[in-house]
Design a protein around this ligand. Structure first.
Ligand code: MG
Length: 380
């Protein structure tokens, strides 16, 4: 095996103040340890947890597969050693990337730099310069500490697997808090590569808010369109944009035939590549006969939210000669905004005629088109 990942998730995490150890706490739509596993998904991943945390890990990982789960020891170094032994028992590896679950946001450029550095070094660690002034606390407060040569050391730390395993076996000092320390003591050359503020460790409750903001800044924007048509027939209720509009005719279809909500549902499904309304709610399925179309829209909304996404904006255009949409525009915007849990300013409803041309011009049906813009994690 070329490279494997070893994720340390054995902490009790009391400092973060949550009800559960922080590696199992949610950041966005995923637990911290799940973020770390996803970031290292290119390699077989071993996870070290504390006694009694197997159920919490299983819940946090969902359907993600890991190569092995090991129970850690009394110190971080004990836990790393047990993890390395589990990798050896699983057949070993050429390189190992040792990472902390409490650093959920791992940029790809750091992994790439570590891999390059490992071609000519036995180890490599990401570091950042110390930007702030550093001083001793307590009585000596204010006594400056020379920060020349000081760096902040992050993870993942990458090593020649066999060399690191041997270095841990031969370590005789106090428990090490950092694998670079163990590697250097054993005579391994350890290079440094540029770290990233995204990798900062989550330690205190406030760190979750900081990480949430960083996560939001990393979301990618996607837009998709939807289109739908339904036939107008006399005597039916007319549902448009989640609102019942008084009219001589209504739209016919398997559900309530709200053409605006159908186009919008397809646009939302399009942003996540989840097919179309017909694949989720087949017209052949009796349970959707006469169904209120807000259920379809809410389903598409929930699929996006479950992927850690957020809906930024939707825009619907209705194409018909009658009824006049203007008097109902704002109530439709409100109805859609409520269904999507958006502010009204993020919902647009427009209408046009087709100059009496075609089926919409003859009043035989109503067409709707929609576009939705969402933000999603890169790896949703
Ligand atoms: Mg339809």
């Amino acid at each position: 095996m070329e490279s494997v990942a070893l994720i340390m998730a054995a902490g009790r995490g009391e400092r973060a103040g949550g009800e559960c150890p922080k590696q199992f706490a949610m950041l966005g739509s995923r637990a911290l340890v799940a973020h770390a596993v996803d970031a290292l998904a290119a390699m077989p991943t071993y996870v070290v947890i504390a006694e009694g945390q197997r159920d919490a890990l299983a819940t946090a990982l969902g359907d993600r597969q890991v190569a092995g789960v090991t129970i850690g020891g009394a110190t971080r170094q004990d836990s790393v050693r047990r993890g390395l032994q589990a990798i050896a028992a699983g057949g070993g590896a050429r390189n190992v990337f040792v990472h902390d679950a409490a650093r959920p946001l791992l940029p790809a450029h750091v992994l790439a730099a570590l891999s390059r550095a490992l071609e000519t070094n036995a180890g490599a660690v990401p570091v950042l310069p110390v930007a702030d002034s550093v001083a001793r606390a307590g009585d000596a407060l204010g006594a400056p500490v020379d920060r020349t040569g000081l760096v902040r050391v992050q993870t993942p730390q990458a090593f020649d697997f066999a060399a690191l395993l041997a270095a841990h076996a031969s370590w005789s000092g106090d428990p090490a808090t950092d694998d670079a320390q163990v590697a250097r003591a054993a005579g391994m050359t350890v290079a440094t590569v540029a770290g990233d503020p995204l990798l900062d460790k989550i330690t205190h409750p406030d760190d979750f808010a900081r990480a949430e903001a960083m996560l939001a800044a990393r979301l990618v924007s996607r837009s998709a369109s939807g289109f739908d048509v339904h036939r107008l027939e006399p005597g039916l209720p007319l549902w448009l944009g989640g609102v019942m509009v008084p009219h001589t005719h209504g739209l016919s279809g398997h559900s309530d035939a709200d053409v605006a909500l159908h186009a919008l549902t397809d646009a939302l499904l399009g942003t996540i590549g989840e097919g179309d309304i017909g694949s989720h709610f087949p017209p052949s399925d009796e349970q959707w006969r006469g169904a209120a179309s807000h259920r379809f829209l809410e389903h598409a909304r929930d699929l996006i939210l479950a992927r850690g996404g957020r809906i930024d904006h939707v825009d619907v255009t209705l194409i018909c000669e009658a009824p006049k949409i203007g008097p109902y525009r704002d109530i439709m915007r409100s109805a859609i905004a409520t269904l999507l849990r958006l502010p009204v300013r993020s919902v647009s409803v427009k209408a046009t005629t087709s100059e009496r041309l075609g089926f919409t011009g003859r009043g035989e049906g109503i067409a709707a088109q929609a576009i939705a813009t969402v933000r999603l994690p890169e790896d949703f």
